[in-house]
Write a protein that binds this ligand. Structure first.
Ligand SMILES: Cc1cc2nc3c(=O)[nH]c(=O)nc-3n(C[C@H](O)[C@H](O)[C@H](O)COP(=O)(O)OP(=O)(O)OC[C@H]3O[C@@H](n4cnc5c(N)ncnc54)[C@H](O)[C@@H]3O)c2cc1C
Length: 287
């Protein structure tokens, strides 16, 4: 099917884009189009207006702050982030995850902001943001606001961005020295959305034991899920095999979503298998 008819708008500044979103009824922002165009073609969404963000230069780019943290503009292409040495330094988890986001061709167009706002339950970038405690910046008619990523998902494919607002960027804290990381997923074919994905971060304290653990699962619930109990069980350990086993035991109580192809018990099984492997890899990388 072809996309339904809509009026196309081509702003060149953020202020202009927000003004359009405030004025127009039933408008949708267009970023890389890798999810929006299929949704238009399948008539899952039928906007009267499409507001193209691609000519708004101020929404793109990566900046490193004095403390090593990253500021990433919403319209920054996934492929540019994947290939940026500064991102590899500050957030290697994001680079590892990006290699599994669709295909090189989709990453050339797809943006980080588009992925966060589309918020597929199994998407890799929202999972990374949940694991690293990113902070997102949202602009609207009243100015800009910042919220922790944990407050960004409101429900299934629903980000906390109003119809007259735009995601403008995100703040990604720098990985502390010696952090171990791992991102693993299982998909039926390379480039498909994951059935289950897992992101793990282990921060060593001065004694070499885990001072902070971050364990996040994708594809299990409508939005990325942090496993607080597993994180607490890993804290203070040297990630010995029995500590891993205790953390894995917490996945037994997961109640994953199901669909026609994938039953909940299979997602729970995958969560345990992938988490065990990811903890082993992150342990090896923790220095
Ligand atoms: C073959 C194929 C395989 C794929 N595989 C994967 C995969 O494995 N993992 C994965 O995560 N993704 C996958 N994708 C999706 C891809 O990553 C998209 O890039 C991403 O989901 C959306 O990013 P986009 O920039 O293309 O956004 P768009 O498609 O342009 O927009 C997506 C949604 O976000 C909204 N939006 C976009 N930017 C903003 C903003 N700044 N503020 C407010 N709302 C905004 C749009 O209105 C729209 O509703 C795949 C896509 C294809 C075509």
């Amino acid at each position: 099917m072809k996309a339904p008819a809509f009026e196309y708008h081509d702003p060149t500044t953020l202020a202009e884009a927000i003004a359009l979103l405030c004025r127009l009824e039933n408008a949708r922002p267009l970023a890389g189009g890798q999810s929006l165009m299929p949704m238009l073609n399948m008539r899952f969404v039928q906007p009267d207006h499409v507001v193209d963000l691609n000519r708004i230069a101020e929404l793109s780019g990566i900046r490193v702050l004095p403390d090593g943290a990253l500021e990433i503009g919403a319209m920054t292409r996934q492929r540019d982030i994947e290939r940026d040495a500064r991102v590899a330094q500050a957030c290697p988890l994001m680079v590892e995850a990006l290699a599994q986001v669709g295909h090189r061709q989709t990453r050339n167009r797809g943006t980080i902001g588009g992925s966060l706002c589309h918020m597929d339950p199994a998407a890799e970038l929202p999972l990374v943001c949940a694991a690293v405690d990113a902070v997102v910046r949202i602009a609207g008619p009243g100015g800009e606001r910042e919220i922790p990523f944990a407050e960004f998902p409101l429900g299934y494919m629903t980000p906390a961005v109003g119809p007259d607002e735009l995601l403008v960027g995100l703040h990604v804290p720098a990985a502390p020295k010696g952090q171990g990381h791992a991102f693993l997923e299982f998909a039926r074919r390379h480039g498909d959305f994951a059935i289950v994905a897992v992101a793990v971060l282990l921060d060593p304290g001065p004694d070499g034991r885990v001072a902070r653990a971050s364990v996040a699962l994708g594809g299990v619930g409508p939005a990325p899920l942090r496993l607080a109990e597993a994180e607490a069980l890993l804290r203070g350990t040297a990630v010995e095999d029995d500590a891993i086993a205790r953390a894995l035991a917490t996945t037994a109580s997961l109640d994953p979503m199901e669909d026609a192809l994938v039953p909940g018990w299979y997602r729970r099984h995958l969560a345990g298998v992938l988490l065990g492997r990811a903890l082993g890899i992150a342990r090896e990388r923790m220095a």
